[in-house]
Design a protein around this ligand. Structure first.
Ligand SMILES: Nc1ncnc2c1ncn2[C@@H]1O[C@H](COP(=O)(O)OP(=O)(O)OP(=O)(O)O)[C@@H](O)[C@H]1O
Length: 988
């Protein structure tokens, strides 16, 4: 390898050879090699020291021996003064300021480390600027590499020599000193111009190498090699050389590889004039050390430390704060994102809710619509039923009573118009029995709900319809609750009776500008039903406010026959009927409308064995059952449309006759209890009710008179008069004609001074006791007063009552002969008849007429045998008897008797027919009497029938005592006496 090539390497080839030789020496003859190396080093050190002394002079270098030991050498140069001065001599002014040691100080030890360092640093900087081999400041310390210092000094020496020779040719220094001892890093100089230029450029023949360098290197390598092979045998030398060369080559290659790698890894090419890494690192280390020294020497070290610590703490805190701030910002951002997300979700939910609400609204309106349609269907169904004239049937299930053990209800399901009963004895489909009605009310239905459903029906009374609402059901099922209310009445618990009247008042008030209404109330009780036809003592009380009604009904309710049964604490033992009569006059046309309404609370329909009663109570129960089965018979025959309907079998059916068979609107309100033990009764009740629902009565008709009807009635009355005259052969004064016992009875009633103390003065009945002599008969049940069939009809006839409302006026009418006319005017029966042909009229068959006249075959028989006359004559009072007499009397009586019927009849055609028939019968009777028996035949009257129907409102007239049968004297009107039992009853 040529020297030039060797010098092209970025490291010292000499040092590599040296290392290799040392390794070989250590293996072969370590001891000898080391001693030679040490010797060599010493020589070089002496050389360096000698030159330094030469440069600075003996006086200055007095403390610097010519042949110093390594330690002496280091200590002598440690202050840097010698080095700086020598450098300044070689290159004047290179170190601008040299810190000199004080004269009194023997050595540089007293100088501060800083001062030492200053000189050394300045020297090293200058050396590097010159491109000379340098050393580290730490090499001056104990254990440092003095060989590098020596190398540096010798290089400076060489440089100096080159300079002194006039700087001929490029200066180049090569030595055997390794670059960076112990390190394989390439050695780079800060200003390696002379040195590096030789390394970077290829050897050129025209630029000869610096002799000094060549010399130095060659000498060094030669010396090494020579000393290495000097003690070798000749034959070993080639192999040793070969091995050393191999090793050198290996080493060189290794270092080249490392160098290349480092060059590659460096992203930025290091400019040639940059400080070497090592230099930078060294200078930084020096700075640190410098600061450390400064700190050591500073008096305010502690304070500074604290300040530094505080500053660093502050920095840390600031850093933490910054971090936290950053974190907070991040969190805020997250929060904002979350908020935005939430808002989005909320909006979405709101939207969903909105849609859901809309959907629900749609469903709700659909449900409402469905309900409305169902309701309309029901109304239409009811309308159809009305048109067909069906009896409407409502069903109500009462709740379990408080304190009662609430078991399983016998009612399984209630829908709009269907109630399904649970039959525990059967399974599956058979265990459920449905019943259909016009409406079913469950246990939670309120009185208001119940009434509102029947309000239109009630209101139709004001339009001139006859209405009948009757409550049916076994004891304790809630009939009285529905019709009247519970024992303790509140506004909410008021029953149908009160509400109906209140509503009528309300409506009549609303219509007062067009129609003037008169409303009167009558309360009847049918107690202990027995065969026979009796008319109650009827008291018709005009009412004008709900308060009036409440007072009346309280009184009536108190008077009702009740007792405790096994099934109800306060069981009603009678049928109670509140009848409302309404007369309306159209203020413009003068047309009269008449309507009536029966509100009937029937006695319990339970079987006798169930009510566990004996004695009188048993008898009551039997009567109740009998009347109810008579009702069943009537219903049955109506539903089968048979020609004969047995209304007369009980007083109840007689009372309801107009409602069940006439042109009335009828509603049956069937009640059932929820208890399982009453299931049997409930089922039979429901079956009966279903049967009732199938009965068609025909469309209801309005009771309306117009002026034409009035005219016709007047004509009929005149004709009747004429007929009567003709029949008698005498002119009968019109004023004498209307004499009848009913009228007499009314007059008698008016004459009677008795006043019931219990009845408030404003509610005193204007219609008094209408009972005939039979009414005086005191039966076992002396509270009740017997009257005949026709009087029963009268009792429930509004027109009759209207006609008798003002007795005084009627007296006057009687005298002037106007009475008949007045009564004729109010007769609705002839409203649609224009023909005056009486025979035709007689032939035309009206069911009610037939019922009242011909149906009673017994009466026909009586009539024929003269009993009928006698029976009716019994009711004549002495005044009448004195007024009329014999045949004429009889005729008059007959006519007037029938007039009475006419007057009492409110049932239009039938009533008229009845009256006319009797008139036609008159001659027959007269003939009978005149030919066969000029005097009325004395006929044993039939045994008076017990009174079973009574007014619940006390009459102004005391109940007459029973007239003993079979005595003419009995025809005399007896002074009415008070019935103590009745009074007791009323006083209850
Ligand atoms: N719908 C109802 N709501 C609450 N309680 C009721 C209802 N119906 C009836 N009751 C209660 O049931 C009990 C019996 O009722 P209620 O006296 O009206 O029966 P009833 O059928 O008239 O009996 P009876 O035929 O023996 O007179 C009473 O205490 C009454 O208050």
């Amino acid at each position: 390898m040529a020297t030039s090539e060797i010098n092209d390497f970025p490291f010292s080839v000499v040092s590599i050879v040296e290392d290799v030789l040392q390794q070989h020496s250590s293996r072969s003859s370590d001891v000898g090699l080391v001693s030679r190396i040490v010797e060599e080093s010493s020589l070089r050190r002496y050389e360096a020291a000698g030159w330094l002394r030469e440069m600075i002079g003996v006086s200055s270098g007095r403390d610097f021996p010519a042949e110093p030991s390594e330690e002496e050498f280091r200590l002598g140069l440690r202050s840097g003064i010698v080095l700086c001065n020598v450098l300044n001599k070689v290159n004047p002014g290179k170190v601008s300021k040299v810190v000199e040691a004080p004269d009194d100080v023997a050595d540089g030890a007293a100088l501060s480390a800083f001062q030492y360092f200053e000189n050394i640093r300045n020297f090293l900087v200058a050396i590097e600027e010159m491109g000379l081999p340098s050393f580290e400041a730490s090499d001056m310390e104990k254990g440092g590499k003095s060989i590098r210092i020596v190398h540096c000094i010798l290089a400076l020496k060489s440089y100096n020599e080159w300079k002194q020779k006039g700087e001929v040719g490029p200066w180049r220094y090569g030595s055997n000193m390794k670059n960076n001892f112990g390190s394989r890093k390439p050695f780079l100089r800060k200003n390696p111009e002379p040195f590096m230029s030789s390394m970077s450029r290829t050897q050129s023949t025209d630029q000869p190498l610096c002799e000094v360098g060549q010399e130095g290197d060659s000498r060094s390598i030669n010396a090494l090699v020579r000393s290495f092979i000097s003690d070798r045998k000749h034959e070993d030398i080639p192999s040793v050389i070969e091995s050393v060369l191999n090793k050198v080559m290996e080493e060189v290659q290794q270092r080249l590889t490392i160098h290349n790698e480092m060059m590659k890894s460096s992203s930025k090419p290091i400019p040639e004039d940059d400080l070497s890494c090592e230099t930078v690192v060294q200078s930084q280390k020096c700075e640190i050390r410098e600061h450390e020294e400064e700190e050591e020497n500073s008096p305010s070290q502690v304070v500074e430390e604290k300040i530094q610590r505080t500053n660093s703490e502050r920095c840390e805190e600031q850093e933490i704060l910054l971090n936290q701030h950053k974190h907070i910002q991040e969190l805020k951002q997250t929060l904002n994102t979350t908020k935005a997300g939430m808002q989005l979700l909320q909006m979405k939910y709101q939207e969903d809710f909105f849609h859901l609400g809309k959907h629900l609204n749609g469903l709700a309106s659909a449900a409402t619509g469905y309900k409305r349609v169902m309701e309309e269907n029901r109304k239409l169904y009811n309308l159809v039923q009305d048109l067909k004239g069906n009896i409407r049937v409502y069903c109500r299930v009462r709740p379990f009573n408080p304190g009662q053990e609430t078991g399983l209800s016998s009612v399984e399901q209630i829908e709009e118009g269907t109630i399904t009963m649970r039959l525990p004895s059967k399974y599956g489909k058979e265990g459920r029995k449905p019943f259909m009605f016009n409406k079913v009310f469950g246990p939670s239905a309120t009185q208001e709900e119940v009434f509102s459903d029947m309000r239109p029906l009630v209101r139709s009374v004001l339009d001139g319809y006859n209405v009948c609402i009757f409550a049916y059901g076994q004891t304790g099922s809630g009939k009285t609750f529905t019709m009247t209310g519970p024992k303790e009445l509140t506004e909410e618990s008021l029953g149908v009776n009160y509400r109906a009247l209140e509503d009528l008042f309300l409506l009549s008030d609303q219509r007062k500008d067009t129609t003037s209404y008169e409303i009167s109330v009558q309360m009847l009780e049918i107690y202990n039903e027995q065969n026979g036809i009796n008319v109650p003592e009827a008291s018709l009380v005009p009412v004008s406010s709900t308060d009036d009604v409440i007072q009346l009904m309280d009184l009536g309710q108190t008077n009702r026959a009740v007792s405790s049964t096994a099934m109800n604490d306060r069981s009603s033992r009678s049928h109670s009927c509140v009848t409302v009569h309404v007369q309306g006059r159209d203020l413009t046309s003068g047309a009269i409308l008449r309507g009536s309404m029966h509100l009937v609370d029937l006695a319990g329909s339970e079987r006798v064995d169930k009510s566990e009663v004996t004695g009188d109570r048993l008898k009551e129960a039997q009567h109740i059952n009998k009347s109810l089965s008579a009702l069943g018979d009537v219903i049955s025959s109506l539903s089968q449309k048979t020609s004969h309907v047995p209304y007369r079998n009980s007083k109840l059916t007689q009372l309801l006759q107009d409602s069940l068979g006439g042109s009335a609107k009828t509603l049956m309100f069937v009640h059932i209890s929820p208890e399982a033990e009453t299931l049997g009764e409930s089922i039979s009740t429901l079956k009966f009710a279903e049967r009732v629902g199938s009965v068609e009565l025909g469309a209801a008709r309005v009771n309306k008179d117009n002026s034409e009807v009035k005219e016709l009635k007047e004509q009929i009355a005149n004709l009747k008069l004429a007929l009567a005259r003709k029949g008698n052969g005498n002119d009968v004064q019109p004023s004498a004609i209307p004499v009848n016992r009913e009228r007499i009875s009314r007059r008698r009633s008016l004459e009677t001074p008795t006043i019931r103390p219990k009845l408030p003065s404003n509610l005193r009945p204007q219609v008094m006791d209408l009972s005939g002599p039979e009414a005086y008969s005191d039966t076992a049940s002396s509270r009740r007063h017997s009257l005949d069939l026709h009087e029963l009809m009268q009792s429930s006839s509004p027109s009759w009552r209207r006609q008798t409302l003002n007795a005084k006026d009627e007296d006057a009418e009687f005298k002037s002969g106007e009475w008949i006319d007045k009564h004729e005017q109010s007769d609705t029966a002839s409203s649609r008849r224009h023909s005056l042909d009486l025979h035709e009229l007689m032939q035309s068959s009206s069911p009610s007429w037939r019922r009242q006249t011909l149906n009673a075959k017994d009466e026909d028989a009586e009539f024929k045998s003269g009993e009928w006359i006698d029976k009716h004559e019994e009711s004549l009072n002495p005044q009448l008897r004195s007024l009329i007499g014999g045949k004429q009397d009889f005729e008059v009586q007959s006519i007037t008797d029938n007039e009475s019927e006419d007057a009492t009849s409110d049932c239009s055609d039938s009533d008229l027919m009845w009256r006319l028939k009797v008139q036609v019968n008159v001659p027959r009777v007269s003939n009978l009497q005149s030919s066969a028996n000029p005097k009325p035949k004395k006929i044993q009257p039939r045994t008076a029938k017990p009174l079973e129907t009574r007014s619940l409102i006390p009459s102004l007239i005391p109940a007459p005592s029973k007239r003993p049968p079979n005595t003419t004297a009995n025809l005399q009107l007896q002074r009415p006496t008070r019935d103590p039992r009745r009074r007791l009853s009323l006083g209850k």
